[in-house]
Design a protein around this ligand. Structure first.
Ligand code: PLP
Length: 394
């Protein structure tokens, strides 16, 4: 048993890495007497929009709300369908349902685990008859890597359907040099504490180049207030508080360094997994992956998780049950023609191993060495099995 456990995610370490700046930001907010949607939130919106490269960012209470607010802002609700994937955080699909729209869940590409553009082209060319009109595609950049945006965007444009990006796991990632969150009508970001930019509670934001959409979302997030206490239209309460805005401002200048560190750790892991039975994550050409998660494919996942835990390494599964198979969605899920078969297949073998900027070189080397041992062990087991079945056949 290892003496110090390496957790799969470690938000406490992220706090300690930036403790002084975070503590100062919190003290500043406490002294200000303004605690919700004040100067900190306004400044964060400006700084975040500048960093992503959009005209506007509108802060809100979570990534889920950011998606739902975008859909409401585009008048996409009951009577509309929104296409996304089943292999995602359940929040992606929950947000579509919050808006009143009907989710249509597609399958993923086997290598990158992101939306299959061929299936998208086929459902937009021939929409399922029983569904309302498809108005938007919600493309998820899962684990920190772009989905096939170039193709997805051109398919959306060909059919007059809005592209919305779910960037909850992709802060700072890019495709062909362009930051994710700038490609579609709007993008949703989550600042859940473990994200590449994480708050110390719930927080989210919408980025967009559409001033009108940004203004409407800013209204909707606070009861539809145009003037204080007077609602221009029905809205919700999805405000960002000043403490979270201050924390996010303290951490934003460090996200690029954090992403580079994640990429370096991924390169160390990759080097040991080149040709073994543990499959490392595939890279999309032109995509700068920011490794929100480092997800491998393994045989006998439960056994391997326990084996790693015994050696002091935490792991998680993102996600163990595809959305369309979850009790809340099983009866009502609408699937594309591929019936999410690839999603179901990979959900049984994916495993996320520790990756975050605060992972030390020693910890990285330890995780990498342990994976390499595991790989040898699995190889030996396969050889033994092969030998035994050959002997039996003789
Ligand atoms: C892909 C994806 N979409 C949406 C969300 C929702 O974000 P939040 O937890 O901030 O509501 C998350 C976060 O877990 C996510 O990973």
């Amino acid at each position: 048993m290892a003496s110090v456990f390496v957790p799969q995610a470690n938000p406490r370490a992220a706090y300690h890495a930036h403790k002084q700046a975070i503590d100062e930001a919190i003290a500043r907010v406490l002294a200000s007497g303004s605690y919700i949607l004040g100067e900190e939130a306004k400044n964060f919106e400006h700084e975040y929009a500048r960093w992503i490269g959009t005209r506007r960012a509108v802060a809100c209470a979570s990534g889920t709300d950011a998606i739902a607010l975008i859909l409401r802002g585009l008048n996409i609700g009951a009577g509309s369908a929104v296409v996304t994937v089943s292999h995602t955080a359940v929040a992606t699909v929950a947000a579509i349902q919050m808006s009143g729209a009907t989710p249509l869940l597609l399958d993923i590409e086997p290598a990158t685990y992101t939306m299959n553009p061929d299936e998208l082209a086929s459902v937009l060319a021939k929409p399922p008859r029983h569904l309302p009109k498809i108005r938007a595609v919600l493309a998820v950049h899962l684990y920190g890597q772009a989905c096939d945006l170039t193709r997805i965007l051109s398919i959306c444009n060909a059919h007059g359907v809005s592209l919305i990006e779910d960037c909850a796991q992709a802060h700072g990632a890019s495709l062909d040099g362009q930051k994710l969150g700038t490609f579609g009508r709007a993008a949703a970001f989550s600042f859940y504490p473990t994200k590449n930019l994480g708050a110390l509670g719930d927080a989210g934001a919408v980025t967009t180049n559409d001033d009108q959409l940004a203004a409407r979302i800013a209204l909707l997030r606070q009861y539809g207030w145009r003037d204080r206490y007077v609602s221009a239209e029905p809205g919700v309460n999805s405000r960002l508080d000043e403490v979270q805005a201050g924390v996010l401002r303290a951490k934003l200048p460090h996200v690029n360094d954090g992403n580079r560190r994640r990429q370096d750790i991924a390169a160390v892991y990759d080097a040991n997994l080149e040709s073994g039975p543990i499959l490392p994550p595939a890279r999309r050409q032109g995509a700068a992956h920011v490794f929100h998660q480092y997800v491998v494919r393994v045989p006998d996942r439960d056994g391997i998780q326990a084996w790693l835990r015994e050696r002091g390494i935490g792991s998680s599964i993102h996600y163990p049950v595809p959305v369309h198979q979850q009790p809340a969605f099983r009866e009502s899920a609408h699937l594309g023609p591929l019936q999410c078969r690839e999603t179901e297949r990979i959900s049984r073998s994916i495993l996320s191993i520790p990756i975050y900027p605060e992972l030390s070189d020693d910890q990285t080397a330890f995780v990498s060495k342990t994976l390499s041992e595991l790989s040898d062990l699995l190889d030996a087991r396969t050889d033994t099995r092969r030998r035994t079945s050959r002997e039996r056949a003789l």
